[in-house]
Structure formats: structure tokens, C-alpha cells
Design a protein around this ligand. Structure first.
Ligand SMILES: [Zn+2]
Length: 266
């Protein structure tokens, strides 16, 4: 195995949604009335490797579901110097609609997915709207087609994709949710994706209500902290605070992309 590499890591904010706190915590929150969600795709880049983590949703899906699209993930990646058509590796944290659209953008990519996520998205639980409503059947079918085309690399649990970047099955939110651990100049950081939507879900052990297994979700909060060099290096999947705690990824990228391999401003 070659030497460990150091990655630059970015979050690109591509959409947003105004929402009540009751929608973001089991049992709600009597002290707040607003708790918006942001939507991100992430990028991890070393001198030799590049990984896109999740692919966002498409404009049509955003409109149908009432989400406010801020820019296309394609354009967001372009602004960081990445041509989606040339990307070789896409990590899919899970198959929910806001994490797997825009597939056509990545004609050369291999998609990294947990065995259990495909089982979940095509199995018995999808007969229940409470579990299926966050999936888009056409997008799940598109992923099945990629399986048959030899474009999906399945992982069962933890897996190192490169020295300095690994996948970790967390479950909870969905059966096959995975988070990504990345070696950076500040140490190991963790892109939680929806293992914790907001900082508060993890910090206060208050689970998000879209959940397959509450026990696994709460256990996942502990696992995320363990995987990162410090709990503050865990990056939640949908928290607007991410755009405040980290600096812009470059000139003109304020509000668009932040650099995550930097000390968060708490
Ligand atoms: Zn999500």
C-alpha cells in the first residue's frame, strides 16, 4: 500500500429549504420555530485522486419537492475546477433523492455503494411510504442499470478506497448509509452525510425523524466522533452552520463552497 495522502475537502451548497424544527428532531423542539436545511455535494482531492461524494438532485425533482435550487452541482464542481465528465470515483452515501441525482454528469465514474443500501432501496421496506418517500424510484432504477453496466463497486461495511480516504457503514437513517473519513492537513475529518443532518442531532443525541433504525442512528453519532480526530471535525449532511463555520473555498465562492480541511470557527 502506498503512502497516506492528504486531501483538500470541499462542501458545495446547491440547494436550501426553510423548515420547522419539529421536522428535524424526533419529538420536535419547543424552543425554536425555524430550522432550515442546506443541501450539499462534497469533493475530496489529493495530488493523485479525486472523489465526488454524492451528486445532489436535479432541478425537476427540486421543483416537485419544493426545494430551492441555488446552482446545479455540475456548475458547483466546475467552480472548483472539476469537470464532472472526467470524474472516476463517485461515493454514494445513500440512495435518497437528494444524494443521487445528476447521474448523467458522470459518464466515466464508478459509483461506490454499500451492499445494504441497494438491498434496502429495492427490498420490502420500499413498499411502505414512510421509508420510500425519500427515494425516487427512477433514480434507484438508474443505479440498478449501473450495476448491470459494471459501474457500481459494492462495499460491505468499512473500506479503504485510497490511502487517506475510507468508507464507514453507519446505517440508522437508511439501512446502508455510509460516511466518509478523510485524511487532511488538520487530521482526520468525517463527512457524515445523513448520519447526522445537523450538528444538534449528533451533539444532543436527538435523532432526525426520517430514520430506519433509531438505535443505529444514535450509535452512529458515537461512531462519527470516534472516526474523527476531534468531534468538531465531523461535518453534518444538511446543516446551514457549515457555511458559517468554514471559510469560502476561494474568491467569489462565498455562499457557494467552503473548504472543510480547515479548523472550523466555533
Ligand atoms: Zn439528505
Amino acid at each position: 500500500m502506498s503512502a497516506i495522502e492528504t486531501y483538500e475537502v470541499y462542501a458545495i451548497r446547491y440547494a436550501t429549504l426553510a423548515r420547522k424544527a419539529a421536522d428535524n428532531f424526533i419529538g420536535g423542539d419547543p424552543h425554536e420555530d425555524g430550522s432550515p436545511l442546506d443541501y450539499f455535494v462534497w469533493l475530496a482531492r489529493s495530488p493523485t485522486r479525486l472523489f465526488v461524494i454524492d451528486t445532489g438532485f436535479e432541478a425537476g425533482v427540486a421543483e416537485r419537492r419544493g426545494r430551492k435550487m441555488l446552482l446545479s452541482p455540475e456548475l458547483g464542481l466546475q467552480r472548483l475546477g472539476v469537470d464532472a465528465a472526467k470524474v472516476r470515483d463517485v461515493i454514494v452515501t445513500h440512495l435518497h433523492y437528494d444524494h443521487i441525482g445528476n447521474f448523467a454528469l458522470f459518464p466515466q465514474a464508478t459509483f461506490h455503494l454499500q451492499d445494504r443500501e441497494m438491498q434496502y432501496a429495492t427490498g420490502r421496506h420500499m413498499a411502505q411510504p414512510i421509508f420510500s418517500h425519500a427515494y425516487e424510484v427512477d433514480e434507484v432504477v438508474a443505479m440498478v442499470r449501473r450495476v448491470y453496466a459494471g459501474r457500481v463497486k459494492f462495499h460491505d461495511g468499512d473500506a479503504q478506497l485510497a490511502p487517506g480516504l475510507s468508507l464507514h457503514h453507519i446505517g440508522g437513517h437508511t439501512l446502508g448509509l455510509q460516511s466518509v473519513r478523510v485524511h487532511t492537513r488538520i487530521g482526520w475529518i468525517v463527512l457524515a452525510s445523513d448520519a447526522t443532518h445537523l450538528y444538534a442531532n449528533m451533539d444532543e443525541a436527538r435523532p432526525f425523524p426520517i430514520v430506519h433504525d433509531v438505535g443505529a442512528m444514535v450509535e452512529g453519532f458515537r461512531r462519527l466522533r470516534e472516526l474523527a480526530d476531534h468531534p468538531r471535525y465531523v461535518v453534518p449532511g444538511h446543516d446551514p452552520l457549515v457555511m458559517q463555520r468554514y471559510g469560502a473555498a476561494g474568491p467569489g465562492l462565498e455562499g457557494v463552497a467552503v473548504r472543510l480541511d480547515a479548523e472550523p470557527m466555533l
